[in-house]
Every structure is written in structure tokens, then in C-alpha cells.
Design a protein around this ligand. Structure first.
Ligand SMILES: *[C@@H]1O[C@H](CO)[C@@H](O)[C@H](O)[C@H]1NC(C)=O
Length: 274
């Protein structure tokens, strides 16, 4: 090939790349797809490119939710609902949970409160929904996976059925911590009137032997979850507990004072609790 033709071709494709990358927008892509009438082989290429782009867009949306760059979202963007569903029901999700669990074990290392040395003041905090108990079956049966705002009436009806399975690997982690002589506190944004359903469900799923199950009373219902949870941590600290860490699927479980020594975030891009 003639060198100058080659160069101008290379330059042209480079410019094309720059333009399309800068102008790339998920909604434009969807509009383009929607307006194409007759399917042809070229549409096939376009739509497979689109699904790759959509996958990447949704994965970066999900990632930015996890690292808390994206906050206060009401619903998952419509075009990413199936991506979120695929992830939350995938073995990758389970691997990610397992990795977090491994890191908790590493955090404890050989530090162990042997019964003789133990003063009973070492504490650990777990959230409940999507930390100990999975709400995935609710989202499966309701078919939304964050695509619609959570209907709390329906969600609480589901909680009352006591059918939430444990999140993978969490029963084992829970007991490993408990057997080290560390007291386990469950702090959940579930309402107080769901106590018996919550206790039954936790026990059926394999969790027992916690020191306290803290639910939201009437006086807490007006507060943002992060304020309610930070007040409960303040209370634990005022009793003299050393909080080794908090494990939760929402950033609101870690926010505010007192800061725990470590926080462990489990993946959840279905909903955001402020
Ligand atoms: C929530 O679900 C209940 C029961 O299915 C329904 O009656 C109610 O209208 C729903 N609320 C909203 C805001 O969609």
C-alpha cells in the first residue's frame, strides 16, 4: 500500500475513534438501535458493538456505586437492570463475597480472644439484609432488581415469610467470629415490628448466639439510616465495646462517628440506603 494513503487512512480511523469515543452516550446508542428498521448484517455488527458498550457502561455504573462515587440513586438505570440482575445472581457475586470474607479473616489474623484473656468487650457489627440474609429471591419474584423503587409494603410482607436464604459464606464467617469470643451485634434498618420474623429467619438460615439484635424503633424511623446506625455504634462504644469492624452492603452502615477499626463492604447495586 502507498505510504501516504496508509497514513491518511490511519489518521482518519484515529479521528473517527476520537469522535465516537467523545460523543459516545448510552442514550444515543439506544436511540440509534431503536430507529434502525430493517435488520441487516451491519445492524448485527452495530448491535453486538452496542451490547458490548452497554455491558461496559453498566459495569462501570455498578463499580462506581460500589466505591461510593455514585450516591443516592433511586432506581438502577433502566438499561442496566438486567446487568445488575446478572451480576447479583452470578458466581462472580459469590466470589466477591468470598473474597471479602477472606479479608475479614485476615483482619483478625491470629488475634483471638482466648476465653481466659477475654474481657468480653470485643465487638463486631453485621448488617442484616444482603449481608447476612439475601433479598435476591424477593427481587427475583418481583422482577425488578432495582428497576423500580422498593415497595416497602411488599418487601415487609416478604420479610414476614421468613424465607430469606443466607448470603453465601456468611454463616461460616459469622460463627468464626463468634467462636473467637467476639460479641456479635446485628444493627439493621428493619423495623422493630419485624423482630420475630427477623429472629426466626436468622435462626433458620443458621445464625444464632448474637449479643444484641438492634432494630429501628419508632423514634428511629424519622432518622436517616446512617444517623441511626452511628448512634447505635456510639451507644456500643459508650458501654466500653471495642468495635473491630462493621460488615454491610450499604455505605450508610459505616458513615459517621464512631469510626470502626475496619469496614467491609459487600456488593449490592440493587438499591441505595442513605
Ligand atoms: C406497594 O404494593 C402494595 C401491595 O401490592 C400496593 O397495594 C401498593 O399500591 C404499592 N405501592 C406503591 C407505591 O407502588
Amino acid at each position: 500500500m502507498d505510504r501516504s494513503i496508509f497514513l491518511s487512512l490511519a489518521l482518519a480511523s484515529l479521528l473517527l475513534g476520537v469522535v465516537s469515543a467523545r460523543d459516545w452516550n448510552i442514550l444515543n446508542q439506544l436511540k440509534a438501535l431503536g430507529s434502525s428498521s430493517s435488520p441487516s448484517s451491519q445492524d448485527g455488527i452495530v448491535s453486538s458493538g452496542l451490547s458490548t458498550n452497554l455491558k461496559r457502561y453498566c459495569e462501570s455504573w455498578r463499580f462506581n456505586v460500589e466505591v461510593h462515587n455514585i450516591r443516592n440513586f433511586d432506581v438502577v438505570p433502566q438499561e442496566c437492570v438486567s446487568h445488575v440482575q446478572n451480576y447479583m445472581t452470578s458466581s462472580q457475586y459469590e466470589d466477591d463475597v468470598e473474597r471479602a470474607v477472606d479479608e475479614v479473616i485476615l483482619h483478625f489474623g491470629s488475634m483471638c480472644c482466648s476465653k481466659s484473656k477475654c474481657d468480653g468487650m470485643d465487638a463486631w457489627i453485621f448488617d442484616i439484609d444482603d449481608t447476612l440474609l439475601s433479598t435476591i429471591p424477593y427481587h427475583k419474584s418481583n422482577g425488578f432488581f432495582g428497576g423500580e423503587k422498593l415497595n416497602s409494603t411488599k418487601f415487609e410482607d416478604w420479610i414476614r415469610k421468613r424465607k430469606a436464604p443466607p448470603v453465601p459464606y456468611m454463616v461460616k464467617l459469622y460463627h468464626e467470629i463468634r467462636e473467637r469470643g467476639i460479641k456479635i451485634f446485628l444493627i439493621s434498618s428493619r423495623k422493630e415490628y419485624l423482630r420475630s420474623a427477623t429472629v426466626d429467619n436468622l435462626i433458620q438460615a443458621g445464625y444464632y448466639g448474637w449479643s444484641n439484635l438492634i432494630l429501628r424503633g419508632l423514634e428511629d424511623e424519622q432518622k436517616e439510616v446512617k444517623q441511626y446506625k452511628s448512634e447505635k455504634r456510639t451507644w456500643l462504644t459508650s458501654l466500653g465495646y471495642r468495635v473491630w469492624g462493621v460488615m454491610a452492603d450499604q455505605w450508610s452502615s459505616f458513615a459517621g462517628c464512631p469510626l470502626p477499626k475496619r469496614t467491609f463492604k459487600l456488593p449490592n447495586s440493587i438499591y441505595y440506603v442513605a
